[in-house]
Write a protein of this length. Structure first.
Length: 260
């Protein structure tokens, strides 16, 4: 497993990078693959930069439609009339709607609201590593891992398809890391096995089977990815010291904040 994790090791303080756990963690626990059934289902979550359409179900037709649009600020909040700020980033539209409805209960006789994402500039997934054309892909429909990797032109001959990493941000903003066997997934799909669905902001990383070459590929990929983010391609990434949790199928997680 040292080989598997070292493939994904890069420089310190790089956001959204799978880093090598500490030596103590590696000695105490082996990181094993998840099966498709064990991986979390994709969830639609709001991100900074999204534009939400919030309409009160009993809203008068005379009210202007423009007043129903709210852009999520960089701090992850929106400002809603009469009730103030509401945290939106990392939450589902339904969860936001429930809070707004509850806080409007003292103002309107019929406070229920409906929340939808009107614009989603960060509606993308990232595929990198030992694939033919790593890059950023718009998520305009339901997409699974196999489709995303195929869109890159497929894995390279030097790829380690048995230890692919899925990096997904949870509702608390922590990057959760899940390893799975992509080669076995392709074989199982012919037997009707469940595919691995992707959600916006996901990063799929295919390591190389050669350690030295893999680390160079990761460094190059991360530099390109950060360049995209530096120009505002995805507003949901925060440039700070990242925290990651390496997940295992038995339900345990390993926080990794070690300095390389």
């Amino acid at each position: 497993m040292v080989t598997l994790l070292a493939v994904l090791c890069t420089a310190c303080a790089m956001p959204n990078v799978v880093r090598l756990p500490s030596g103590q963690v590696m000695a105490e626990r082996s990181i094993t693959n998840f099966s498709p059934e064990q991986l979390p289902q994709p969830v639609l979550r709001v991100q900074p930069g999204d534009v939400l359409r919030i309409v009160r179900d009993a809203q008068s037709p005379a009210e202007k439609d423009e007043a129903t649009l709210y852009r999520v600020r960089p701090d992850g909040h929106i400002a809603y009339p009469f009730i103030g700020t509401v945290k939106a980033s990392g939450r589902t539209p339904e969860d936001i709607g429930a809070e707004v409805t509850r806080r409007l209960d003292d103002i309107y006789r019929e406070p229920r609201v409906t929340v939808n994402i009107a614009e989603a500039p960060g509606n993308r997934v990232y595929v990198g590593g030992a694939v033919r054309n790593p890059g950023v892909f718009d998520l305009n429909a339901a997409v699974n891992v196999a489709q995303a990797i195929t869109a890159t032109g497929g894995v390279l001959p030097t790829a380690d398809s048995h230890h692919v990493a899925l990096v997904r941000q949870d509702e608390n903003g922590t990057q959760q890391v899940y390893f799975f066997d992509y080669a076995a997934l392709l074989s199982a799909r012919s037997n009707g096995s469940r595919s691995i669905g992707l959600q916006r902001g996901d990063l799929v990383f295919v390591p190389s089977s050669r350690i030295g070459n893999a680390i160079q590929r990761v460094d190059m990929y991360v530099s390109q990815l950060l360049l995209f983010r530096g120009f505002g391609a995805s507003a949901n990434y925060q440039i700070n010291e990242p925290s990651y949790r390496i997940n295992t199928p038995d339900g345990t997680t390993t926080p990794d904040r070690s300095k390389p």
